[in-house]
Each structure stands twice: as C-alpha cells, then as structure tokens.
Design a protein around this ligand. Structure first.
Ligand code: C5P
Length: 218
C-alpha cells in the first residue's frame, strides 16, 4: 500500500493539528474524518430527521459530498455531539467507507485522522499514531478553541462533553475508539504543539524508513 499515516485518538488530543503538520512535512494530503461524521450529524438534523435513527442518518451519509465539509457549522460544539451520535450507526460508517478508502488510496499516500483509521479503515497503514492527553487538558484546549470561534461555553460543560464523547466513542460496537495494537502511543498532555509535532515526525520518519525498506524487497 502507498504510504498512509493513520492518526487516531480522542477529541482535542491534538491529533488534528498533528495530522496537518505531518501532511505538510511529508507532502501528503490530509483528511479529517471527524468532519464526515460531523457533516452527517448536521445534515441529518437540518433535514428534520432523527440523528439516533440508523436508517435516516445512513441515508444522509450516502449522499455526503466533499463540498459539504467546508461548512463552519461543522466545527461547533453541537456538531461534535451530533457526530458522535450518528457515528454509532453501522449504516453511517458503511456509507463513509468508500470516501475514506478512495482518499487513502491516492498513489502518493495520505494522512487520515479519526478514531478507527488504524483499526478499520487502513489496518495496513505503514505508520500509525494514537494521540492522547488527559480529559482535563483536552477540555482546556477545546474550550479555548470554541471561545476563539465565538461560542459562549464554560470549561466544565466542555469537560462533561469530552467525557461523554469518550465514553460513547469507546463503548460503541461499530468501530469503537481504540488504539491499534501496532500504533505508537503519543501522550501530548505535557507537550506544546511544537513538541508533539516533533515527536510525531520522529515516529513517522522511523515508520517511513521501515516502509521504504520493505518496498525495496518486494
Ligand atoms: O474528531 P472529531 O471530534 O471531529 O469527531 C467527531 C466525532 O465523530 C467523534 O466523537 C466520533 O464519534 C466520530 N468519529 C468517528 N470515527 C472517525 C472520526 C470521528 O466515529 N474516524
């Protein structure tokens, strides 16, 4: 397979920023797969359908297009909650597979960040990271981000959201959030973004060297 970098982890762990930085460092396109679930959640609600109905949300997922992912409404706190609700449905996850596989299958390689990239979407990815941080530190980061976007929300509410989402994403039976056995763990709790990006770069450079070696022998 082409050089795919899978970056998984819970909300606000830093995985999105790390994925973006890795894309720039290694010259690869980046897909934030959380946006797909956010898109399905928001569009389901806009259509007046029930996000907890697997069939309704699955039908919306089947119509999702790349052009719908630029909507700033997908970056809100409410969209994150809706995303996690629709993400438990098998029909939703199935409908989003092709989009993700096509992106990952680009000949030059790609970076995908999400919850199940290293386990379900690209289990053969040559480089896998699982990015974590404590719930308190993640809540602090997400709270600052939401405030910066103009959302009027308290830290305690953001922490409660994060805990609820972790529990739902980890306990669901469709592609639960879990580190792949061969993923490198990166705990960013005590790291600045520069330190985290640097640690990620070293992990991926080592994986790339191994991958290049395996390409020469095949
Ligand atoms: O990463 P982000 O916070 O944008 O993801 C929003 C929600 O979408 C997550 O809480 C999770 O429920 C879902 N998701 C998922 N699988 C992915 C990416 C996101 O289930 N690969």
């Amino acid at each position: 397979m082409a050089f795919v970098i899978a970056v998984d982890g819970p909300a606000a762990s830093g995985k999105g920023t790390i994925a973006t930085r890795l894309g720039a460092m290694f010259g690869l396109p980046v897909l934030d797969t959380g946006l797909l679930y956010r898109g399905v959640g928001v569009l389901t609600e806009r259509a007046g359908a029930d996000p907890d109905d697997p069939r309704a949300a699955g039908a919306i997922a089947a119509t999702l297009t790349a052009g719908q992912l630029d909507d700033p409404a997908l970056r809100t706190r409410a969209a994150g909650e809706l995303a996690s609700r629709v993400a438990i449905h098998h029909p939703v996850r199935a409908a989003l597979l092709d989009f993700q596989h096509t992106f990952a299958g680009q000949p030059g390689g790609a970076v995908l960040d999400g919850r199940d990239i290293g386990t379900v979407i690209c289990p053969q990815a040559p480089a896998k990271l699982y990015v974590t941080a404590t719930p308190e530190v993640r809540a602090e980061r997400r709270w600052k981000q939401l405030k910066g976007q103009g959302e009027d929300v308290g830290y305690d509410d953001v922490l409660a959201d994060i805990r609820k989402r972790d529990a739902r994403d980890g306990a669901r039976d469709a592609a639960p959030m879990v580190a792949a056995p061969d993923a490198q763990l990166l705990d960013t709790t005590e790291m600045t973004i520069e330190q985290a990006a640097d640690a990620a770069r070293r992990i991926v450079e080592a994986a790339r060297a191994r991958w290049e070696g395996s390409q020469e022998t095949t």
